[in-house]
Write a protein that binds this ligand. Structure first.
Ligand code: CAO
Length: 435
Protein backbone atom coordinates (compact mmCIF):
# COMPACT_ATOMS: atom_id res chain seq x y z
CA UNK A 1 0.00 0.00 0.00
CA UNK A 2 1.30 3.47 -0.81
CA UNK A 3 2.54 5.72 2.00
CA UNK A 4 0.18 8.34 3.33
CA UNK A 5 2.15 11.55 3.82
CA UNK A 6 1.36 14.66 5.81
CA UNK A 7 1.78 17.83 3.81
CA UNK A 8 2.73 20.67 6.12
CA UNK A 9 2.97 24.40 5.69
CA UNK A 10 6.58 24.85 4.50
CA UNK A 11 8.92 27.69 5.45
CA UNK A 12 6.96 30.80 4.54
CA UNK A 13 9.39 33.33 5.94
CA UNK A 14 8.43 35.45 8.91
CA UNK A 15 4.70 34.93 8.47
CA UNK A 16 2.64 33.52 11.35
CA UNK A 17 -1.10 32.83 11.53
CA UNK A 18 -1.69 33.29 7.83
CA UNK A 19 -5.27 32.87 6.63
CA UNK A 20 -6.27 30.03 4.30
CA UNK A 21 -8.19 31.80 1.54
CA UNK A 22 -8.57 29.06 -1.02
CA UNK A 23 -8.39 25.27 -1.12
CA UNK A 24 -7.62 24.09 -4.64
CA UNK A 25 -7.92 20.33 -4.16
CA UNK A 26 -10.49 17.86 -2.88
CA UNK A 27 -10.10 14.34 -1.45
CA UNK A 28 -9.51 11.89 -4.31
CA UNK A 29 -7.84 14.46 -6.60
CA UNK A 30 -4.68 13.34 -8.33
CA UNK A 31 -2.00 15.98 -8.14
CA UNK A 32 1.44 16.38 -9.67
CA UNK A 33 4.49 17.92 -8.08
CA UNK A 34 4.10 21.73 -7.89
CA UNK A 35 0.31 21.68 -8.31
CA UNK A 36 -1.12 24.29 -5.92
CA UNK A 37 -2.88 22.81 -2.89
CA UNK A 38 -3.99 25.82 -0.88
CA UNK A 39 -3.67 29.56 -1.05
CA UNK A 40 -2.69 31.59 2.00
CA UNK A 41 -2.95 35.30 2.49
CA UNK A 42 -1.68 37.70 5.10
CA UNK A 43 -2.27 41.45 4.98
CA UNK A 44 1.11 41.74 3.17
CA UNK A 45 1.25 38.81 0.80
CA UNK A 46 -0.61 36.02 -0.93
CA UNK A 47 1.09 32.70 -1.54
CA UNK A 48 0.26 29.28 -2.84
CA UNK A 49 1.47 26.08 -1.22
CA UNK A 50 2.44 23.66 -3.96
CA UNK A 51 2.38 19.90 -3.61
CA UNK A 52 5.82 18.47 -2.83
CA UNK A 53 4.86 15.11 -4.34
CA UNK A 54 2.72 13.52 -6.97
CA UNK A 55 -0.11 11.46 -5.53
CA UNK A 56 -3.74 11.33 -4.47
CA UNK A 57 -5.21 13.70 -1.90
CA UNK A 58 -6.65 11.75 1.06
CA UNK A 59 -7.88 14.36 3.52
CA UNK A 60 -8.02 18.14 3.74
CA UNK A 61 -7.00 19.20 7.20
CA UNK A 62 -7.75 22.92 6.99
CA UNK A 63 -10.79 25.03 6.19
CA UNK A 64 -11.13 28.42 4.55
CA UNK A 65 -10.54 31.10 7.16
CA UNK A 66 -8.17 28.97 9.31
CA UNK A 67 -4.94 30.67 10.38
CA UNK A 68 -1.84 28.56 9.77
CA UNK A 69 1.92 28.83 10.34
CA UNK A 70 4.99 26.86 9.28
CA UNK A 71 4.63 23.18 10.25
CA UNK A 72 0.81 23.07 10.41
CA UNK A 73 -0.83 20.11 8.68
CA UNK A 74 -2.60 21.05 5.44
CA UNK A 75 -3.53 17.79 3.72
CA UNK A 76 -2.68 14.11 3.79
CA UNK A 77 -1.68 12.47 0.57
CA UNK A 78 -1.06 9.00 -0.78
CA UNK A 79 2.20 9.60 -2.60
CA UNK A 80 2.95 7.93 -5.88
CA UNK A 81 6.35 9.48 -6.55
CA UNK A 82 9.03 11.40 -4.75
CA UNK A 83 10.31 14.65 -6.04
CA UNK A 84 11.70 18.00 -5.02
CA UNK A 85 10.84 19.64 -1.71
CA UNK A 86 8.11 22.29 -1.77
CA UNK A 87 8.75 25.97 -2.03
CA UNK A 88 5.93 28.37 -1.26
CA UNK A 89 5.27 30.56 -4.26
CA UNK A 90 4.92 34.02 -2.85
CA UNK A 91 3.40 37.10 -4.34
CA UNK A 92 3.57 40.22 -2.24
CA UNK A 93 0.74 42.68 -2.31
CA UNK A 94 3.02 45.09 -4.15
CA UNK A 95 4.16 42.46 -6.64
CA UNK A 96 1.22 40.12 -6.93
CA UNK A 97 2.21 38.96 -10.38
CA UNK A 98 5.26 36.98 -9.24
CA UNK A 99 3.29 33.81 -8.72
CA UNK A 100 1.21 34.35 -11.81
CA UNK A 101 3.62 35.80 -14.33
CA UNK A 102 2.41 37.59 -17.39
CA UNK A 103 3.63 35.34 -20.20
CA UNK A 104 5.40 38.12 -22.05
CA UNK A 105 7.48 39.47 -19.19
CA UNK A 106 8.28 36.80 -16.63
CA UNK A 107 10.71 33.89 -16.96
CA UNK A 108 8.96 30.55 -17.31
CA UNK A 109 9.64 27.83 -14.74
CA UNK A 110 10.77 24.61 -16.38
CA UNK A 111 8.79 22.54 -13.84
CA UNK A 112 5.55 24.35 -14.53
CA UNK A 113 5.69 25.74 -18.04
CA UNK A 114 3.22 28.48 -18.88
CA UNK A 115 0.26 27.03 -20.72
CA UNK A 116 0.24 27.66 -24.41
CA UNK A 117 -2.90 28.80 -26.16
CA UNK A 118 -4.68 26.19 -28.25
CA UNK A 119 -4.02 26.80 -31.94
CA UNK A 120 -6.82 28.63 -33.67
CA UNK A 121 -7.01 28.27 -37.40
CA UNK A 122 -7.14 31.43 -39.46
CA UNK A 123 -10.70 30.92 -40.56
CA UNK A 124 -11.94 29.62 -37.23
CA UNK A 125 -11.24 32.54 -34.92
CA UNK A 126 -12.64 32.59 -31.40
CA UNK A 127 -16.23 33.86 -31.21
CA UNK A 128 -15.08 37.07 -29.58
CA UNK A 129 -11.72 38.77 -29.46
CA UNK A 130 -10.11 38.92 -25.99
CA UNK A 131 -10.53 42.13 -24.04
CA UNK A 132 -7.23 43.96 -23.61
CA UNK A 133 -6.15 43.80 -19.96
CA UNK A 134 -5.71 47.03 -18.05
CA UNK A 135 -2.53 46.12 -16.14
CA UNK A 136 -2.98 48.69 -13.35
CA UNK A 137 -6.51 47.49 -12.62
CA UNK A 138 -5.40 43.86 -12.87
CA UNK A 139 -2.61 44.42 -10.30
CA UNK A 140 -4.93 46.18 -7.84
CA UNK A 141 -7.63 43.48 -8.01
CA UNK A 142 -8.03 41.32 -4.90
CA UNK A 143 -7.38 37.70 -5.94
CA UNK A 144 -5.07 34.81 -5.11
CA UNK A 145 -2.11 33.96 -7.35
CA UNK A 146 -3.83 30.93 -8.84
CA UNK A 147 -6.89 33.00 -9.67
CA UNK A 148 -4.64 35.62 -11.25
CA UNK A 149 -2.95 32.93 -13.31
CA UNK A 150 -6.33 31.56 -14.36
CA UNK A 151 -7.47 35.05 -15.39
CA UNK A 152 -4.28 35.49 -17.44
CA UNK A 153 -4.84 32.21 -19.21
CA UNK A 154 -8.34 33.26 -20.24
CA UNK A 155 -7.38 36.85 -21.02
CA UNK A 156 -9.90 38.08 -18.43
CA UNK A 157 -9.27 41.51 -16.97
CA UNK A 158 -9.46 41.11 -13.18
CA UNK A 159 -10.01 44.86 -12.84
CA UNK A 160 -13.43 44.44 -14.44
CA UNK A 161 -14.57 41.51 -12.30
CA UNK A 162 -16.46 41.79 -9.02
CA UNK A 163 -15.43 39.25 -6.41
CA UNK A 164 -17.98 37.06 -4.64
CA UNK A 165 -15.49 35.67 -2.09
CA UNK A 166 -14.67 36.72 1.42
CA UNK A 167 -14.00 40.49 1.57
CA UNK A 168 -14.97 40.68 -2.14
CA UNK A 169 -12.04 38.47 -3.16
CA UNK A 170 -12.30 37.33 -6.78
CA UNK A 171 -12.77 33.57 -7.15
CA UNK A 172 -12.28 31.27 -10.13
CA UNK A 173 -16.07 31.05 -10.43
CA UNK A 174 -16.25 34.83 -10.83
CA UNK A 175 -13.81 34.64 -13.74
CA UNK A 176 -15.72 31.80 -15.37
CA UNK A 177 -18.97 33.75 -15.06
CA UNK A 178 -17.32 36.86 -16.50
CA UNK A 179 -15.88 35.00 -19.51
CA UNK A 180 -19.13 33.13 -20.11
CA UNK A 181 -21.04 36.38 -20.13
CA UNK A 182 -18.61 37.97 -22.57
CA UNK A 183 -18.89 34.97 -24.90
CA UNK A 184 -22.64 34.51 -24.82
CA UNK A 185 -24.13 37.93 -24.35
CA UNK A 186 -24.78 40.21 -27.25
CA UNK A 187 -22.70 42.76 -25.37
CA UNK A 188 -19.61 44.17 -26.98
CA UNK A 189 -17.48 43.64 -23.86
CA UNK A 190 -15.57 40.80 -25.55
CA UNK A 191 -14.54 43.08 -28.38
CA UNK A 192 -12.57 45.41 -26.15
CA UNK A 193 -15.14 48.20 -26.28
CA UNK A 194 -17.49 49.45 -23.61
CA UNK A 195 -20.32 46.98 -22.92
CA UNK A 196 -23.81 47.94 -24.00
CA UNK A 197 -25.55 49.58 -21.04
CA UNK A 198 -28.64 47.89 -19.67
CA UNK A 199 -31.42 50.43 -20.01
CA UNK A 200 -34.95 50.28 -18.66
CA UNK A 201 -36.71 51.85 -21.64
CA UNK A 202 -40.02 52.00 -19.78
CA UNK A 203 -38.67 55.01 -17.92
CA UNK A 204 -39.00 56.98 -21.18
CA UNK A 205 -42.45 55.77 -22.23
CA UNK A 206 -44.65 52.77 -22.87
CA UNK A 207 -42.92 49.69 -24.26
CA UNK A 208 -43.75 46.13 -25.36
CA UNK A 209 -41.40 43.15 -25.18
CA UNK A 210 -41.42 40.99 -28.31
CA UNK A 211 -39.33 37.80 -28.17
CA UNK A 212 -37.06 37.16 -31.17
CA UNK A 213 -38.12 34.25 -33.37
CA UNK A 214 -35.95 31.14 -33.57
CA UNK A 215 -34.88 32.23 -37.08
CA UNK A 216 -34.06 35.74 -35.81
CA UNK A 217 -31.82 34.26 -33.13
CA UNK A 218 -30.07 31.79 -35.43
CA UNK A 219 -29.45 34.27 -38.23
CA UNK A 220 -28.41 36.84 -35.63
CA UNK A 221 -25.69 34.52 -34.37
CA UNK A 222 -24.41 33.72 -37.87
CA UNK A 223 -24.50 37.32 -39.03
CA UNK A 224 -22.73 38.52 -35.89
CA UNK A 225 -20.02 35.86 -36.28
CA UNK A 226 -19.55 36.67 -39.95
CA UNK A 227 -19.52 40.42 -39.35
CA UNK A 228 -16.76 40.24 -36.73
CA UNK A 229 -14.66 37.45 -38.25
CA UNK A 230 -14.73 38.20 -41.98
CA UNK A 231 -12.87 41.32 -43.12
CA UNK A 232 -15.51 42.79 -45.39
CA UNK A 233 -15.13 45.11 -48.36
CA UNK A 234 -18.15 46.20 -50.38
CA UNK A 235 -17.69 47.09 -54.02
CA UNK A 236 -20.50 49.22 -55.47
CA UNK A 237 -21.32 49.37 -59.15
CA UNK A 238 -24.18 50.08 -61.54
CA UNK A 239 -25.32 47.90 -64.41
CA UNK A 240 -27.28 49.17 -67.39
CA UNK A 241 -30.16 46.69 -67.66
CA UNK A 242 -32.28 48.60 -70.19
CA UNK A 243 -32.03 45.88 -72.84
CA UNK A 244 -32.30 43.12 -70.22
CA UNK A 245 -35.56 44.62 -68.99
CA UNK A 246 -37.03 44.69 -72.53
CA UNK A 247 -36.05 41.05 -72.98
CA UNK A 248 -37.43 40.13 -69.53
CA UNK A 249 -40.82 41.71 -70.31
CA UNK A 250 -40.91 39.93 -73.67
CA UNK A 251 -40.12 36.60 -71.99
CA UNK A 252 -42.79 37.09 -69.37
CA UNK A 253 -45.29 37.87 -72.09
CA UNK A 254 -44.35 34.70 -73.96
CA UNK A 255 -44.54 32.51 -70.82
CA UNK A 256 -47.66 34.15 -69.39
CA UNK A 257 -49.83 31.10 -69.95
CA UNK A 258 -47.40 28.87 -68.00
CA UNK A 259 -47.55 31.14 -64.96
CA UNK A 260 -43.76 31.58 -64.93
CA UNK A 261 -42.55 35.00 -63.91
CA UNK A 262 -38.95 35.87 -64.72
CA UNK A 263 -37.63 38.58 -62.40
CA UNK A 264 -34.31 40.42 -62.55
CA UNK A 265 -33.08 37.92 -59.97
CA UNK A 266 -33.09 35.01 -62.43
CA UNK A 267 -30.87 37.05 -64.78
CA UNK A 268 -28.59 37.89 -61.89
CA UNK A 269 -28.19 34.18 -61.14
CA UNK A 270 -27.26 33.54 -64.76
CA UNK A 271 -24.82 36.45 -64.67
CA UNK A 272 -23.28 35.10 -61.46
CA UNK A 273 -22.77 31.69 -63.06
CA UNK A 274 -20.73 33.33 -65.85
CA UNK A 275 -18.80 35.51 -63.37
CA UNK A 276 -17.95 32.55 -61.10
CA UNK A 277 -16.63 30.62 -64.11
CA UNK A 278 -14.50 33.61 -65.08
CA UNK A 279 -13.31 34.29 -61.50
CA UNK A 280 -13.23 30.89 -59.73
CA UNK A 281 -11.76 32.37 -56.56
CA UNK A 282 -15.22 33.78 -55.83
CA UNK A 283 -16.47 30.18 -55.80
CA UNK A 284 -14.25 29.05 -52.95
CA UNK A 285 -14.04 28.76 -49.16
CA UNK A 286 -11.07 28.87 -46.82
CA UNK A 287 -10.44 25.42 -45.36
CA UNK A 288 -10.38 24.89 -41.59
CA UNK A 289 -6.60 25.38 -41.37
CA UNK A 290 -6.94 28.77 -43.05
CA UNK A 291 -4.01 27.74 -45.29
CA UNK A 292 -5.88 26.52 -48.37
CA UNK A 293 -8.73 27.54 -50.60
CA UNK A 294 -11.34 24.95 -51.44
CA UNK A 295 -12.30 25.69 -55.05
CA UNK A 296 -15.72 24.34 -55.96
CA UNK A 297 -16.49 22.75 -59.29
CA UNK A 298 -20.24 23.14 -58.82
CA UNK A 299 -22.34 26.31 -58.75
CA UNK A 300 -25.06 26.47 -56.09
CA UNK A 301 -26.46 29.94 -55.37
CA UNK A 302 -28.14 31.00 -52.11
CA UNK A 303 -30.96 33.55 -52.31
CA UNK A 304 -31.95 35.57 -49.24
CA UNK A 305 -35.71 35.39 -48.75
CA UNK A 306 -37.59 37.72 -46.45
CA UNK A 307 -40.24 35.81 -44.44
CA UNK A 308 -42.52 36.96 -41.60
CA UNK A 309 -40.34 34.92 -39.20
CA UNK A 310 -37.08 36.35 -40.47
CA UNK A 311 -34.42 35.89 -43.10
CA UNK A 312 -33.71 32.47 -44.67
CA UNK A 313 -31.37 31.54 -47.51
CA UNK A 314 -32.51 28.61 -49.68
CA UNK A 315 -29.90 27.33 -52.10
CA UNK A 316 -30.64 26.75 -55.78
CA UNK A 317 -28.44 23.89 -56.95
CA UNK A 318 -26.44 23.42 -60.14
CA UNK A 319 -27.34 26.84 -61.52
CA UNK A 320 -24.80 26.34 -64.31
CA UNK A 321 -26.89 23.48 -65.69
CA UNK A 322 -30.24 25.28 -65.64
CA UNK A 323 -31.99 27.59 -68.09
CA UNK A 324 -33.22 31.05 -67.19
CA UNK A 325 -36.80 29.78 -67.05
CA UNK A 326 -35.79 26.85 -64.84
CA UNK A 327 -33.97 29.20 -62.47
CA UNK A 328 -36.97 31.56 -62.35
CA UNK A 329 -39.29 28.62 -61.59
CA UNK A 330 -37.03 27.23 -58.84
CA UNK A 331 -36.72 30.68 -57.34
CA UNK A 332 -40.49 31.00 -57.02
CA UNK A 333 -40.70 27.48 -55.53
CA UNK A 334 -37.91 28.20 -53.03
CA UNK A 335 -39.46 31.48 -51.86
CA UNK A 336 -42.89 29.84 -51.44
CA UNK A 337 -41.28 26.99 -49.47
CA UNK A 338 -39.41 29.55 -47.35
CA UNK A 339 -42.52 31.55 -46.55
CA UNK A 340 -44.44 28.33 -45.77
CA UNK A 341 -41.64 27.30 -43.36
CA UNK A 342 -41.04 24.15 -45.36
CA UNK A 343 -37.31 24.52 -46.00
CA UNK A 344 -35.15 21.70 -44.63
CA UNK A 345 -31.56 22.30 -43.45
CA UNK A 346 -30.41 20.54 -46.66
CA UNK A 347 -32.35 23.11 -48.73
CA UNK A 348 -30.26 25.83 -47.13
CA UNK A 349 -26.81 24.22 -47.30
CA UNK A 350 -24.01 24.00 -49.84
CA UNK A 351 -24.23 27.51 -51.28
CA UNK A 352 -21.22 28.90 -53.18
CA UNK A 353 -22.28 32.55 -53.22
CA UNK A 354 -25.45 34.36 -52.14
CA UNK A 355 -27.68 37.06 -53.56
CA UNK A 356 -29.56 39.48 -51.37
CA UNK A 357 -32.09 41.33 -53.49
CA UNK A 358 -33.89 44.31 -52.06
CA UNK A 359 -34.77 45.50 -55.54
CA UNK A 360 -38.46 44.74 -55.11
CA UNK A 361 -38.50 47.01 -52.04
CA UNK A 362 -36.23 49.98 -52.72
CA UNK A 363 -32.93 51.57 -51.80
CA UNK A 364 -29.88 52.61 -53.76
CA UNK A 365 -27.08 50.57 -52.13
CA UNK A 366 -26.28 48.58 -48.99
CA UNK A 367 -23.53 46.44 -47.50
CA UNK A 368 -24.64 42.79 -47.36
CA UNK A 369 -22.86 40.51 -44.88
CA UNK A 370 -20.90 37.63 -46.41
CA UNK A 371 -22.63 34.30 -45.75
CA UNK A 372 -19.45 32.52 -44.56
CA UNK A 373 -17.88 30.11 -45.40
CA UNK A 374 -18.85 31.59 -48.76
CA UNK A 375 -16.51 34.42 -49.70
CA UNK A 376 -18.85 36.83 -51.46
CA UNK A 377 -22.44 38.02 -51.56
CA UNK A 378 -24.13 40.14 -54.19
CA UNK A 379 -26.52 42.81 -52.93
CA UNK A 380 -29.01 44.25 -55.41
CA UNK A 381 -31.02 47.44 -54.99
CA UNK A 382 -33.87 48.93 -56.97
CA UNK A 383 -33.30 49.62 -60.67
CA UNK A 384 -34.07 53.21 -61.68
CA UNK A 385 -34.24 55.19 -64.87
CA UNK A 386 -31.25 57.54 -64.96
CA UNK A 387 -29.79 59.89 -67.54
CA UNK A 388 -26.64 58.36 -69.01
CA UNK A 389 -24.27 60.33 -71.25
CA UNK A 390 -23.92 58.34 -74.46
CA UNK A 391 -22.69 59.38 -77.91
CA UNK A 392 -22.78 63.08 -77.06
CA UNK A 393 -26.18 63.17 -75.38
CA UNK A 394 -28.01 62.11 -72.22
CA UNK A 395 -30.25 59.13 -72.75
CA UNK A 396 -32.62 57.47 -70.25
CA UNK A 397 -31.29 54.07 -69.16
CA UNK A 398 -32.46 51.59 -66.56
CA UNK A 399 -29.65 51.33 -64.02
CA UNK A 400 -29.36 48.49 -61.51
CA UNK A 401 -27.25 49.19 -58.37
CA UNK A 402 -24.99 46.31 -57.30
CA UNK A 403 -23.28 45.99 -53.89
CA UNK A 404 -20.78 43.13 -53.79
CA UNK A 405 -19.36 42.33 -50.33
CA UNK A 406 -16.41 39.96 -50.21
CA UNK A 407 -13.95 38.40 -47.80
CA UNK A 408 -10.77 40.41 -48.21
CA UNK A 409 -8.65 37.48 -46.98
CA UNK A 410 -9.52 35.66 -50.19
CA UNK A 411 -10.37 38.39 -52.69
CA UNK A 412 -8.32 41.47 -53.50
CA UNK A 413 -9.93 44.82 -54.21
CA UNK A 414 -8.89 44.69 -57.87
CA UNK A 415 -10.65 41.35 -58.34
CA UNK A 416 -13.71 42.71 -56.54
CA UNK A 417 -13.91 45.55 -59.07
CA UNK A 418 -13.21 43.16 -61.98
CA UNK A 419 -16.03 40.90 -60.81
CA UNK A 420 -18.66 43.66 -60.71
CA UNK A 421 -17.40 45.08 -64.05
CA UNK A 422 -17.83 41.63 -65.53
CA UNK A 423 -21.36 41.43 -64.10
CA UNK A 424 -22.12 44.83 -65.67
CA UNK A 425 -20.93 43.63 -69.02
CA UNK A 426 -23.09 40.50 -69.07
CA UNK A 427 -26.14 42.22 -67.59
CA UNK A 428 -26.01 45.08 -70.09
CA UNK A 429 -25.66 42.66 -73.00
CA UNK A 430 -27.53 39.44 -72.21
CA UNK A 431 -26.12 37.77 -75.37
CA UNK A 432 -22.93 37.39 -73.35
CA UNK A 433 -24.74 35.03 -70.98
CA UNK A 434 -24.64 32.53 -73.81
CA UNK A 435 -20.83 32.58 -73.94
N1 CAO B 1 -35.20 46.69 -59.40
C1 CAO B 1 -36.46 47.03 -59.70
N2 CAO B 1 -37.50 46.20 -59.55
C2 CAO B 1 -37.24 45.00 -59.06
C3 CAO B 1 -35.95 44.58 -58.71
C4 CAO B 1 -34.92 45.48 -58.92
N3 CAO B 1 -33.66 45.18 -58.62
N4 CAO B 1 -36.02 43.34 -58.23
C5 CAO B 1 -37.30 42.97 -58.25
N5 CAO B 1 -38.03 43.98 -58.75
C6 CAO B 1 -39.44 43.96 -59.00
C7 CAO B 1 -39.86 42.68 -59.62
O1 CAO B 1 -39.66 42.69 -61.02
C8 CAO B 1 -41.30 42.62 -59.23
O2 CAO B 1 -42.01 43.47 -60.02
P1 CAO B 1 -43.20 42.93 -60.96
O3 CAO B 1 -44.20 42.37 -59.99
O4 CAO B 1 -43.67 44.14 -61.68
O5 CAO B 1 -42.61 41.88 -61.82
C9 CAO B 1 -41.29 43.18 -57.84
O6 CAO B 1 -40.12 43.99 -57.75
C10 CAO B 1 -41.28 42.20 -56.71
O7 CAO B 1 -40.27 41.24 -56.95
P2 CAO B 1 -40.07 40.06 -55.92
O8 CAO B 1 -39.35 40.56 -54.72
O9 CAO B 1 -41.36 39.40 -55.66
O10 CAO B 1 -39.21 39.00 -56.72
P3 CAO B 1 -37.66 38.84 -56.83
O11 CAO B 1 -37.42 37.68 -57.71
O12 CAO B 1 -36.99 40.09 -57.21
O13 CAO B 1 -37.20 38.46 -55.36
C11 CAO B 1 -37.12 37.27 -53.32
C12 CAO B 1 -37.57 37.25 -54.77
C13 CAO B 1 -37.57 36.01 -52.69
C14 CAO B 1 -35.63 37.40 -53.25
C15 CAO B 1 -37.75 38.51 -52.64
O14 CAO B 1 -39.14 38.36 -52.59
C16 CAO B 1 -37.23 38.76 -51.25
O15 CAO B 1 -37.58 38.09 -50.28
N6 CAO B 1 -36.39 39.81 -51.11
C17 CAO B 1 -35.84 40.24 -49.83
C18 CAO B 1 -34.49 39.61 -49.59
C19 CAO B 1 -33.90 40.17 -48.32
O16 CAO B 1 -34.57 40.33 -47.29
N7 CAO B 1 -32.64 40.51 -48.35
C20 CAO B 1 -32.00 41.12 -47.27
C21 CAO B 1 -31.05 40.17 -46.67
S1 CAO B 1 -30.07 40.92 -45.45
O17 CAO B 1 -31.11 41.25 -44.29
Amino acid sequence: MADVKDILVPDIGDFEGVEVIEIMVSPGDTVSVEDPLVSLESDKAAMEIPSPDAGTVKEIKVSIGDKVSQGNLLVTMEASATEAAPVAKEATAEEPEQAAPAPATAPKKPAAPAPTAAPVSANRPPPVAPTPIDEAGFRKAYASPSVRKFARELGADLGQISGSGNKDRILKEDIKAFVKKALTSGSTGGLGVAPMPEIDFSQFGEIEIQPLTRINKLTGQFLHRNWVTVPHVTQFDEADITELEKFRKQLNEEHKSEGTRVTVLAFLMKALVSALKEYPRFNSSLDTTGENLVLKQYIHIGVAVDTPDGLVVPVIRDCDRKSLIELATELIEASIKARDKKLSPADMSGGCISISSLGGIGGTAFTPIVNAPEVAILGVSRAQMKPVYKDGEFVPRLILPLSLSYDHRVIDGADGARFTSFLNKVLSDTRRLLL
